[in-house]
Design a protein around this ligand. Sequence first.
Ligand code: PMP
Length: 429
Amino acid sequence: MGRLPPNSINLNVRGLSQSATIAINDRSNALRAEGRTIFKLGLGQSPFPVPRPVVEALRANAHQKDYLPVKGLPQLRQAIAAHYSELAKVERTAEDVMIGPGSKELMFLLQLVFYGDLVIPSPSWVSYAPQAQIIGRRVRYVQTHRDDGWCLRADRFAELFGEDPERPTLVILNYPNNPTGYTYELDELKQLASVAREHGVLLLSDEIYGQLHHQGAHQSIAQFYPEGTIISSGLSKWCGAGGWRLGTFIFPAELRWLLDAMAVAASETFTSTAAPIQWAAVAAYQPDPEIKTYLTNSRRILRALGRWLAGRLRQVGVLCADPDGAFYAFVDFSNLRPQLALRGVTDSASLCNLLLDQAGVAMLPGADFGRPPEELTLRLAYVDFEGQQALDAVEALDPDAELSEAFLRQYCGRVLEAIDRVADWVERG
Ligand code: PMP
């Protein structure tokens, strides 16, 4: 291999580094290996186990060995269509569903087969823009503001189409949101849908955290723009099965041409998603009371934890409203800029590095999500706890009671300790 020049790498990929979340995880592991106590609030992985009926279904299907159809196992496509028709209030059939090895891979294929600009709000999840860059698409960020919960406002969205209203555009909206933990009100979704329809945009509604809305009140924009919206989801977050790699796209019949084009690209790349995983996933989409309880209890823990930590950080002057869903908080240290500057903080990256080195807490800088580098925002993922133990403990409580701080200290102690450390670090300055 010595003859290959070291720079024989596709120009679109050259200069890109590994996904930021993976890098912070590696760095935290290295510090832990040196004997340091590190609190991992960097990587956004569900703390909860895969629900028992789904694990059992995987066990029962370990023998499934055949390649499956490229769009997915028919029984699973059927189960997903039924599930989302109810959840998202749209009529969808098995033919509208495509299964892939993670929604991330499906998004990549979508960006590959659809020819247009990518529009995403800032902040956004870390992989949308690099995928566009690898494929060679233009990325356009739309600014958001903390006072709007970092949500895209319909008037800002509309301004985008000023110069070239007909330009083919893929817009990705993600709610409940990674990195912010916030979601949209029904009215906001209606307004955004009407702008999307007016300009004929392709809308990818990334609802991978939909089932982790803390009140169980997630609403899909697909109900207001059914003909142009693809719903993206999968098992990774609500079902705690990120490593199983199963993602789902649900198309309207009007976009069947796009689904078919993606299936062509899929057939030449990953062929189909792992058979045992697809068979097992059928169980995840059944109306099973055990799965319902699992979800109710997961939401209850995340809601209490999100509220507690946002409140604790507000006490020391960090700006952070209570999250609405998922397991993230996007916190803003801007009000503390003068005192932090004395400690060498100039931007979100230096803030993150100091917090890792001095407080032992790993988080991700806002810059990784498309925010201006000098803005002092960070994302924290409140997942550093034993999900199974917390679920078991919640089960024994009165279903209507708010989870107390004592409960959170006992079962999510590492998260509380990490946040206390951040708060102490701020106050020490
Ligand atoms: N969208 C968002 C907003 C995410 O946070 C993630 C996972 N971190 C994904 C999509 C991709 O998930 P998966 O590929 O596991 O389906």
